[in-house]
Design a protein around this ligand. Sequence first.
Ligand code: HEM
Ligand SMILES: CC(C)=CCC/C(C)=C/CC/C(C)=C/COP(=O)(O)OP(=O)(O)O
Length: 306
Amino acid sequence: MASSPFMAGSSSSTVIAHWRDFIALTKPRVMTLVVFTGLCGLLAAPAHIHPVLAFTAILCIALGAGAAATLNQWYEADIDAKMKRTANRPLPAGRMDRQSALHFGVGLSFFSVLLMGVATNWLAAAVLAVSILFYVFVYTIWLKPRTTQNIVIGGAAGAFPPVIGWAAVTGDIGALPVALFMLTFFWTPPHFWALALFVKTDYAAANIPMLPVVSGEVATRRQIWFYTAIMAVAAMAPVLLRLTGLIYGVVALLGTGLFVVFAFQVFRRRESDSSRMGPERRLFKYSILYLFLLFGAVVVDRWVLA
Ligand code: HEM
Ligand SMILES: CC(C)=CCC/C(C)=C/CC/C(C)=C/COP(=O)(O)OP(=O)(O)O
């Protein structure tokens, strides 16, 4: 126990971490969807970019998101140690010292933003910087330990990638990436609170004021339903505003319809069901597929109907 590097005297004790632990710090599974939404923002833009520059822009989004995730874990090592889901991460498990994680996170942040600026443009680099800073300072450090609305406001960080992808190609920010930002922004509460309903005890153990812990399950189910309704409007907005075409319209209508059904099942249930496929788990898993589908449809729409 005394050798756990984030505990007493942690910053001076050095553990030689395996490269796999550095990868783990970047939360690669979560980042697949972050990178995908960034890629779709880039591919939906009405401009051409050299494939090498496009690849570099997406790499920068991946590295920036990974840097933000690393700094989140650097800051939260003690919290992660208290939750079953996160206790085996490199820092709480003692496979890496905090200083290495800090250097890695800060270095990657600067590298991703500077490379983005040099390779594409400084607007894309600035938005990337804002999303990293937002995730680390606004969400992780400021809101997460303080308010049940932490993920609503803090979730904005995860909604920036389509804006960054678009800006990397065009040098500006159009109506479509703003609409995609809104979609991801209002998608985040049902995505996260569905999960929080079945890992509630974890957050209670770590003393994090997540909505189900503080306000209870009924209030959480109501809020999931509320944000799903707004998300449904945001999902249909691109086609109603003629920013996308019919392919997106059909995918968004069917996909959102199913989302609404699953969210309603979560809303109607009064007691928790932590079975393998209870409504909360189903909504959480579907939320991920849903965002992949809608963002993919934006690109198919643009390339097929172009
Ligand atoms: C404040 C906002 C968000 C919070 C608090 C949140 C929280 C979580 C948590 C706790 C998990 C469980 C997996 C893990 O242990 O790491 C998860 C999974 C996931 N999240 Fe989110 N999320 C947020 C926003 C996003 C955004 C913006 C995206 C992508 C656009 C995203 C994509 C995913 C994906 C793909 C998974 C599944 C990963 C896997 O398969 O293990 N999340 N999220
Ligand atoms: C380009 C760029 C910087 C993108 C950032 C993307 C971003 C903010 C994604 C948020 C996703 C995420 C893993 C939240 C976890 O919340 P948590 O850290 O509270 O979860 P935990 O309990 O698993 O630590």
